[in-house]
Design a protein around this ligand. Sequence first.
Ligand code: ADP
Ligand code: MG
Length: 695
Amino acid sequence: MSEVTEIFGSNVFDDRVMKANLSASVYKSLKKTIDEGARLDISVANAVAEAMKDWAVSKGATHYTHWFQPLTGITAEKHDSFISPAPDGRVIMEFSGKELIKGEPDASSFPSGGLRATFEARGYTAWDPTSYAFIKGKTLCIPTAFCSYGGEALDKKTPLLRSMEALNKQAMRILKLFGNTDVKCVKTSVGPEQEYFLVDKALYDQRPDLIYTGRTLFGCLPPKGQELDDHYFGVIKPRVAAYMADLNDELWKLGILAKTEHNEVAPAQHELAPIYTTTNIATDHNQLTMEIMQKVAAKHGLVCLLHEKPFAGVNGSGKHNNWSIATDTGVNLLSPGDTPYENAQFLLFLVAVIKAVDDYQDLLRLAVATAGNDHRLGANEAPPAVVSMFLGDELQAVLDAIEEDKPYGGSEKTTMKLGVHVLPRFQRDNTDRNRTSPFAFTGNKFEFRMLGSSNSIACANIMLNSAVAESLKQFADVLEGAEDFNASLHDLIKKTVKEHKRIIFNGNGYDDSWIAEAEKRGLLNLKTTPDAMPKLLDKKNVDMLTAHKVYSKAEIESRTEIMLENYVKTVNIEALTMVDMARKMIMPAVEDYISALVKTVKNKQDVGVGSKYEKDLAIKLSGLLETIEAKTDELDEKIKEYKKISDVTEASYFIRDTIIPAMDVLRAPADQAEAITDEKFWRYPTYGKLLFGVR
Ligand code: ADP
Ligand code: MG
């Protein structure tokens, strides 16, 4: 056991290392920057840089990089070495405070949605001292934000930090009203549960669809799928167990609190959950986790698939964003307390979240909208595309009582008056957990379940933090001017419940009747990315996000464009890959098999033996072959039409309404052909091999 405690964080320039390697005064000012956002002095930065470099070099590092998260969704890094020429012809290792604080990557090839063109040609990266530096391979990685010279954010970290600040500001106003004078700041925490698939590398290498798009574009289901539920929480196979052990080691070295791992519902599907931490660190850690997952897989002859829907007909992968708000004094504001006063405060934060989710359903939905996630949301395995909330029976009863001024409480049955009565403790009840709600209260946190497995969690949390900041702002505006605080508080909670209860749904979110009911309630059902993304530009959303200084108008416009561009490009690559596979692999395979059948028919005829089976099969396959050819040509034509569209919104509609349906009608006959073709003629490994191949 001591081994784990020794390796944990061994590659991280964390608090422990800082304390040991910095002078007391430098450590103190750096801590002030980290904890309270104080400005960093250049002399302090120089001292930190020096200590960071010495520590990194002692661990074998030769390079450093400003590690950042551009809008592509993956992380980016450009490595510079520490070496600097010395007068005697040798080199010394150097790293200055200036280099630590600011970098200037050649950023011209990162998507900016036109931002850099309108502002400045180049961008810069700025150190985020609230997220620890770490060593990966031989490189010291410095977590940074990425901005244009005009100050426009070109990454996901900058708006995330701004949204945390917005929520902090408004939550502090509320806490002050409740008399919490000891609290210095409020932060949101996240624990993201990450789902993934593992497949054998040798099999993966034979499938162009997996290589180019991360998902299978063809393939018929094996005789056995997930219907027996024998994989979920089942025994972990030795090869997977070895992978998980190795993965844990690598994550622990980086200070990532990997905690739980188990099999998921689908065969070959697994999950990893870390212990929660501050949102921006959780975001950095989740990006790193996804990267390390893939790296470690390669060492084990495996490939880790992070795509939302690698296999049609088999459960896809998501990411559950467990989210809460806590004070620096350690109080979870989404946890019901022991005293009437704590309970009133809890209920106010609770209804703030309810209001936020209702008012900004569209922002939460579009924050998770990608081509990949479109396959999950709304299919009967993941939350629907309709955003709703689950509170559970107990909390629901409390809210009902408040709304209707009705008695509440076990035996005493008194009318709830906030500020007087103690709520019952909310025990986490694992037997009564709603797993179909997109946004579920789980005792002391909310679990937002719509995120796709490959999404950065930044986007969802930016919208969540901002929307809740807006609720709290409106509440603080009312309460700060109130003559009778308790009475206003009670009225405000009651009014909020009344106005926003339509977003609460405690039933089965997978049920079709819910979608009809949601429509009646006036909830949004944004089925696809092209439906959801343009909502970002709605006035109410732009007004809110700019008022809290999370995004500028220009940043919002650029992001909408980048996300839609990403959507159309992703699906276009998939369509091209389908055409390619159909022509070079599927049709030739079917053709080969038909020829073999025909040859058998002839041979049998020569000796006067009947050959009905071969003839029937050859005729059936010939029919399918003709359909496949026709549908391939049709898809090819549609891709050419798509290429002529220059407006990205229009292109996204064309993709949704024309390309994707054309892909579906090509896939169907190809899969039918695969199902009746001798496996040794098929040119790529089957679903069965991919899903059950790792032992
Ligand atoms: P499950 O949802 O599978 O029952 P848990 O509730 O134990 O599992 O935790 C799921 C995730 O939620 C973990 O990553 C955990 O660290 C995280 N989590 C627990 N408490 C909080 C909290 N207060 N804020 C944010 N995340 C939390
Ligand atoms: Mg969970």
